[in-house]
Design a protein around this ligand. Structure first.
Ligand code: FAD
Length: 581
């Protein structure tokens, strides 16, 4: 039977098992939306901006492990996806993004709302393609889903011209993929794995460094079994956090620029750094020549290009983390030495030099995150980017089915709220909490409407310090305290350049409580520590609507420790006093 391209599109999503489509209509996608009318096999969610849309699909994908699916129109609809596609690409998130396109005979003519989205996205996605012939449509969609979810997952863009949408063609949707040009690696090189296992067993100060790849591979169970067997201490990158429960006795903490002292010391002192699913980016290595310089390094990663790119490793193993860890569990010999002293030493450093909240205030970020830990023993927590994100990664406990969703690689402000919406739509059985800052929240606050219309409970926590806090912190510590364009309350009448917030400053721009109320939801402002439990009790009681809680925190609190850019991990700044104090 012959059907239109739009009908095959709907059939393809059904056959791929899609349950949620994040979609925003427009001229070059209107026929696709016509085909979606009345479809009941999946939920079509209408966000309020395409950037919110793609972050919601990203949050859905990270929360469920499934592919997030987006549909937008051409031109601005497509370009509004760009930041979200790059965000997903950095953090290996599987997305398939369909963009409407002008008819093929107008491509290249500067037609209305025409952009070369494939060209724009080529360097920030896993694969991008324009469908040029109706007969290729089914195969291209099938391949898009396959490419997005296999190997190192990532976003795929399918640009879908209007004439192909309308053209009649076969109703067949392929059941299999056959691509000569793309073969994700499978299997584990057992020789290399045995070599790594023997090195690990012979080590006196071994350390597991667990990255985002372990969460992506859902390899937590094998990791826990291996740790139980070997008693080797574990540190994580912020993307690897949660792969092992944070209360596991062998878990030391996060490492890197804002990691804890014990974890960063462990990297400097270990003799084997057994790393799994991490890209060794500059936020975790610090000065490369000083990184783990007493250690032999093993690196398991699914992407050959991640291996020895930033840090040269001794034993490279290209493999899926889940498969490799399962095999490692089978072949791991007895540890040759007692490593108890090493583990005790790291635990002692962690006890003696814990992460402490810098700055005072009636409500501290640590108070807020601790209250999240207490209120929601299992939850999906999303963050925005900046200090709110870093405090969350430092103080959040992750146990059971809990997950942390954060924009690590691109550091995209505005990520938190839409990602929380996508996460809740994908995992309705778990509470979802969004921790945001007053800056990042304003980048996608319009998505409050989406949460309201989807009738989902979300606990939205805004840590309001009236600053773009992370940049302000760097200006304070490394730029002589000149707060250039980081005060979110600065008005024209404030005077030229101000680095001293005071009582004359306007209190709220905007008033987030009123903003919440304007969307018909409850907004609470918390200014004292003792008000925190009642606010979270209100949040916990919500069943079909979000709640927004604004926490007024100390304006100039800093995230500590910090490894200043270009320094070695051992050169952490753990205490800081503002000049003049
Ligand atoms: P990812 O970037 O997610 O990389 C995952 C790796 O796993 C990739 O190499 C991929 O190929 C591989 N992989 C994917 N799937 C599999 C699989 N199935 N099997 C095996 N391998 C797989 N991060 C920190 O850790 N510490 C910090 O102090 C820190 N500070 C930050 C500050 C700010 C303001 C921001 C915005 C970010 C910060 N980050 C920090 C985050 C940092 O930028 C990186 O995002 C993060 O360190 C990357 O961690 P990763 O390499 O483990 O994970």
């Amino acid at each position: 039977m012959k059907i239109k391209g739009t009908q095959l599109f709907v059939k393809a999503l059904e056959q791929e098992g899609v349950d949620t489509l994040f979609a925003y209509p427009g001229g070059m996608a209107i026929d696709l939306f016509d085909a979606l009318y009345g479809v009941e096999s999946f939920n079509v969610v209408l966000p309020r901006h395409e950037q919110g849309l793609v972050h919601a699909a990203d949050g859905y994908a990270r929360a469920t492990g499934k592919v997030g699916v987006c549909l937008v129109t051409s031109g601005p609809g497509a370009t509004n996806l760009v930041t979200g596609i790059a965000t997903a690409n950095f953090d290996s998130v599987p997305l398939v993004c369909f963009t409407g396109q002008v008819p093929t005979n107008l491509i290249g003519n500067d037609a209305f709302q025409e952009v070369d989205i494939v060209g724009i996205c080529r360097s920030i996605c896993k694969y991008a393609v324009t469908v040029r012939r109706r007969e290729d449509l089914g195969r291209i969609i099938k391949e898009a889903f396959y490419i997005a979810r296999t190997g190192k997952p990532g976003p795929v863009v399918v640009d879908f011209p209007k004439d192909i949408q309308l053209a009649l063609g076969s109703d067949e949707y392929p059941s299999e993929v056959s691509m000569r040009s793309y073969k994700p690696s499978t299997g584990v090189h057992m020789g290399q794995l045995k070599r790594a296992a023997e090195m690990l067993a012979a080590a006196r100060r071994p350390l597991f460094l667990v990255g985002g790849g372990v969460n992506i591979a859902q390899a937590g169970e094998s990791l826990r079994a291996l740790v139980e067997k070997t008693h080797i201490p574990v540190i994580t990158t912020i993307m690897g956090k949660g792969a092992i429960p944070t209360d596991n006795p062998y878990y030391i903490g996060n490492m890197g620029m804002h990691g804890n002292v014990a974890s960063n010391t462990a990297v400097s002192e270990c003799d084997i750094l057994f790393s799994i699913g991490t890209r060794f980016n500059d936020r975790i290595t610090g000065k490369i020549s000083e990184f783990a310089k007493n250690a032999k390094i093993v690196h398991i990663d699914i992407d050959a290009a991640s291996i020895s790119r930033n840090i040269v490793v001794d034993v490279p193993i290209v493999a899926d983390a889940r498969e490799a860890l399962a095999k490692l569990n089978e072949i791991m010999p007895e540890m040759k030495h007692d490593i108890g002293d090493w583990t005790m030493r790291l635990r002692k450093i962690r006890e003696d030099r814990p992460i402490v909240q810098d700055g005072g205030g009636d409500v501290t970020p640590q108070d807020v995150i601790r209250a999240i830990n207490d209120t929601f023993p299992e939850a999906i927590v999303t963050t925005d980017v900046g200090q709110n994100q870093l405090w969350t990664t430092q103080f959040l406990e992750l146990k059971g089915r809990s997950k942390l969703l954060t924009s690590g690689g691109l550091g995209t402000m505005g990520y938190g709220l839409p990602a929380a919406i996508g996460a809740k739509l994908g995992r309705p059985e778990l509470p979802v909490v969004c921790v945001s800052g007053d800056g990042g929240f304003q980048m996608n606050e319009q998505e409050l409407a989406t949460a309201v219309c989807q009738e989902i409970p979300l606990t939205i926590c805004i840590l309001n310090n009236c600053y773009l806090g992370n940049v302000r912190q760097w200006q304070e510590m490394f730029f002589g305290g000149k707060y250039s364009c980081t005060c979110l309350r600065k008005r024209k009448s404030c005077g030229a350049w101000c680095s001293s917030p005071n009582t004359e400053c306007p209190p709220y721009i905007p008033d987030f409580v009123k903003l919440a109320e304007s969307y018909g939801i409850e907004g609470i402002r918390v200014t004292k520590r003792e008000e925190i439990p009642a606010a979270f009790a209100r949040a916990k009681a919500k069943t079909n609507a979000p709640i927004l809680i604004e926490f007024i925190i100390e304006k100039e609190s800093n995230v500590l420790p910090i490894v200043p850019g270009g320094n070695a991990l051992s050169e952490m700044v753990c205490e800081y006093k503002k000049e003049g104090n």
